[in-house]
Design a protein around this ligand. Structure first.
Ligand SMILES: NC(=O)c1ccc[n+]([C@@H]2O[C@H](COP(=O)([O-])OP(=O)(O)OC[C@H]3O[C@@H](n4cnc5c(N)ncnc54)[C@H](OP(=O)(O)O)[C@@H]3O)[C@@H](O)[C@H]2O)c1
Length: 275
C-alpha cells in the first residue's frame, strides 16, 4: 500500500480502518484480522469508547507497534486546555501505549469557540512526546486559517465527511495548497450508496464491487478513506483495490453524483456541536 507523506515528516498509510462501533472482544478480533490482512491505520476516538479494544488488538497483533498508525480524537467537552491535556493522557492510558500516532480535534464546535485552546493543548502534547502528529476533523478552511493565524501551526490531516454523494470538491484545492491530507469519514456514505445504479454499472465494468470502486475513486483523488466494516471478508475486499484504475471520464461520473445537501445527517461543521 502506498503511504501519504505528512508535512511533519511522518508517513501514514493511504487506507485506514474506521472503528466506530467496533468494541469489546468482537471488535478486537475484527481489528486483529484487519491488521493481519494489511491494515496499518486504525481510526478511533475518545467518544467511540473503544480505545481499549484498539490497544488490545494492536498488542495481540504480530505487526510491530511502530508500523501501526493509531488515531484518536478529542471530544468537544474537553476543549479547555487543561481538560484537553488530561483527555489525551486518558486516551493513552486506555490504549495502553506510550504515544498516539495521530490525534485530531474531533469537531471544531465553533459556537463554543474553544478549538484554538484545544489546538494549543495538542501542540503541547506533541512537544511532550505524547502525540506524534496532530490534526483536525470536520474543520472548515476558516477554522484552519484561524489555527494558523493564532498558533502558527497547521494540522497535517483534516478528517472530513466525504463520499460520492458529498465529494467536498470545493475544499480539495485548499487542503492541497496547505499540504494537509484529507481523510474521508463515512467513505461509503455509511452504506447508503451501495444500491446506486450508476455505481453498480461502473463496478460491473471494472469487475469489482461497488465498495472497491468507491475506494479506488477516493485513492485516485488523493484522499485517505477509512471504511468501517464488522466483517473480516469485507475488510479484505476494501483493501484489495490496487489492481485496476478508473478512467478520467468514469471518475467524473462518480464525482458527479455529489449534491450540495449530500451530507448524511446534515452535520455542517459551521453550526454542528459535538460533545
Ligand atoms: N470524524 C468524524 O466526525 C467521523 C464521523 C463518522 C465516522 N468517522 C470515522 O469514519 C469511519 C467510517 O465511517 P462510517 O462508519 O460512518 O461508515 P462507512 O465506512 O461509510 O460505511 C460503513 C458501512 O458500510 C458497510 N460496508 C463496509 N464495507 C463493505 C463492503 N465491502 N460491502 C458492503 N458493505 C460494506 C458496513 O457494513 P458491515 O459492517 O456489515 O460490513 C457498514 O454498514 C468510522 O468508523 C469512524 O472511524 C469519523
Amino acid at each position: 500500500m502506498k503511504d501519504y507523506r505528512l508535512k511533519d515528516g511522518y508517513s501514514i498509510p493511504s487506507i485506514g480502518l474506521g472503528t466506530y462501533t467496533l468494541k469489546g472482544s468482537k471488535g478486537v478480533r475484527l481489528m486483529e484480522s484487519a491488521l493481519k490482512q494489511g491494515y496499518r491505520l486504525l481510526d478511533s476516538a475518545y467518544n467511540y469508547e473503544n480505545e481499549g479494544a484498539v490497544g488490545r488488538a494492536v498488542r495481540n497483533s504480530s505487526v510491530p507497534r511502530d508500523q501501526i498508525t493509531i488515531t484518536s480524537k478529542l471530544p468537544g467537552r474537553y476543549h479547555r486546555y487543561d481538560l484537553a491535556l488530561e483527555a489525551i493522557e486518558e486516551s493513552i492510558m486506555r490504549l495502553d501505549v506510550d504515544y498516539i500516532d495521530l490525534y485530531l480535534i474531533h469537531w471544531p464546535n465553533p459556537i463554543k469557540d474553544l478549538y484554538v485552546e484545544a489546538w494549543q493543548a495538542l501542540i503541547t502534547a506533541q512537544k511532550a512526546g505524547l502525540i506524534r502528529s496532530i490534526g483536525t476533523s470536520n474543520f472548515l478552511p476558516e477554522h484552519i486559517d484561524r489555527l494558523e493565524r493564532e498558533t502558527g501551526v497547521l494540522p497535517v490531516v483534516n478528517q472530513l465527511e466525504l463520499h460520492p454523494l458529498f465529494n467536498q470538491e470545493e475544499v480539495l484545492n485548499y487542503h492541497k495548497e496547505k499540504d494537509i491530507i484529507i481523510e474521508a469519514w463515512s467513505p461509503f456514505g455509511r452504506g447508503d450508496i451501495f444500491g446506486n445504479e450508476i455505481l453498480t454499472k461502473l463496478a460491473a465494468k471494472y469487475e469489482v464491487s461497488v465498495a472497491q470502486l468507491i475506494m479506488r475513486w477516493h485513492l485516485q483523488r488523493g484522499i485517505l478513506p477509512i471504511p468501517r466494516t464488522s466483517n473480516a471478508g469485507r475488510a479484505g475486499e476494501n483493501l484489495n483495490v490496487h489492481h485496476f484504475e478508473i478512467n478520467a471520464d468514469d471518475m467524473a461520473v462518480i464525482s458527479g453524483l455529489s449534491q450540495s445537501d449530500g451530507r448524511l445527517k446534515d452535520q455542517d461543521p459551521a453550526v454542528y456541536q459535538e460533545f
